[in-house]
Design a protein around this ligand. Structure first.
Ligand SMILES: NC(=O)c1ccc[n+]([C@@H]2O[C@H](COP(=O)([O-])OP(=O)(O)OC[C@H]3O[C@@H](n4cnc5c(N)ncnc54)[C@H](OP(=O)(O)O)[C@@H]3O)[C@@H](O)[C@H]2O)c1
Length: 324
């Protein structure tokens, strides 16, 4: 039976490209790849080895509702991936991060409602779960945690604010327009995503590993729970779309642990790089847990070992000339 037509926003980014690849490998033959106007889709089109025109490119700023509608029309599923993904301090938080994240999500949901989309898989983030200083110490973080907005705003951590406000807006929208009115939202919360870059540019999460290999002392204090292979994220996004009973929030990480433990692992795997040795806890009080993504594990997802994710990223960073 033919698979349903689906739309992927942010299709040419790091996660979006892996999702398009996974959809093709899973037999999806009508993929609306929505990309930022003027951005290059060449690497995406090359993913379609069969040259069967399974990928249809739509240029849409997610802030442009009419353009989003054109990308979503005719689809039964929408994977909303597009959102500015940068851990740097933005010059203009409202316009650089918050509006595209929040209004972009609302535009995608509104378009999905207009065209009777069966399900929207929303790419949220661990940054909508943490930092949360009200979380009980020594309790393993799970999907019931929400990032503390005032805490982040006071520290100018605008990326977690953008992801949290966007997800809250999505649930509010779903609640208002759900219950048979045709909008079903499921959210996924990836940790720091690693793996081969299919896109030409360096993305923020692979830059975390690149910087670490180059001696950065940034402890990722506010942006860390663990790491996950990007191919597992794409598989999980598809699993959440294809599993009718899926609902709510799904943490997607291969374990929870300190960034200092991650750095130690990287330095053991690649001893010739000047990886900083962090003393003590980089995420004070963070309780480690191997099977933190229990909800996805219960749906059958098997996580790739983090060592493989690190090796795959390093190999790719070298092949693309980002790392010598
Ligand atoms: N990578 C991670 O570790 C991680 C972890 C958790 C959640 N996430 C989430 O996953 C999603 C994708 O992240 P990524 O790692 O794949 O980063 P990425 O490579 O930077 O991808 C982000 C994509 O969003 C697009 N985009 C940004 N603003 C847009 C706008 N106004 N209109 C249309 N498209 C827009 C970007 O297009 P251009 O680049 O062409 O402008 C890019 O294709 C984001 O929602 C991010 O918050 C990422």
């Amino acid at each position: 039976m033919a698979k349903e037509a689906v739309c992927v926003t942010g299709a040419n980014g790091f996660i979006g490209s892996w999702l398009v690849r996974t959809l093709l490998e899973s037999g999806y033959t009508s993929i609306h790849a929505s990309i930022f106007p003027g951005s290059d889709p060449t690497h995406l089109l090359q993913l379609d080895n069969s040259n069967s025109n399974h990928i249809h490119v739509f240029e849409a700023d997610v802030l442009d509702f009419d353009a989003v509608c054109k990308a979503v029309e005719g689809c039964s599923g929408v994977f909303h991936v597009a959102s500015p993904c940068s851990l740097e301090d933005p010059k203009d938080p409202e316009n650089d991060l918050l509006r595209p994240a929040v209004q972009g999500t609302l535009n995608v949901l509104q378009a999905a409602k207009r065209f009777n989309v069966r399900r929207v898989v929303l790419t949220s983030s661990i940054s909508a779960l943490v930092p949360n200083p009200t979380w009980p110490p020594n309790k393993v973080f799970d999907e019931s945690s929400w990032t503390h907005l005032d805490y982040c705003k006071a520290r100018h951590k605008w990326y977690p604010v953008s992801k949290t406000l966007a997800e809250k807006a999505a649930w509010e929208f779903a609640q208002k327009h759900g219950n048979g009115n045709g909008i079903d939202v499921v959210a996924i919360h990836p940790a720091t995503c690693l793996g081969p870059l299919l896109q030409p540019a360096l993305n923020a999460s692979c830059a975390v590993l690149l910087n670490l290999l180059q001696g950065s002392k940034d402890s990722q204090e506010y942006h860390w729970l663990g790491a996950v292979h990007v191919k597992d994220v794409a598989k999980a996004q598809l699993l959440l779309f294809e599993t009718p009973s899926a609902s709510g929030r799904y943490l997607c990480t291969n374990g929870i642990y300190q960034f200092s433990d991650f750095a130690h692992k990287v330095s053991t795997l690649f001893p010739h790089y000047p990886v900083h040795r962090f003393n003590g806890e980089t995420q004070p009080g963070l309780k480690a847990c191997q099977d933190a993504a229990k909800r996805l594990i219960d749906l059958g997802l098997v996580f790739t070992p983090v060592e493989d994710a690190i090796r795959d990223t390093v190999e790719s960073l070298k092949a693309k000339g980002f790392l010598s």
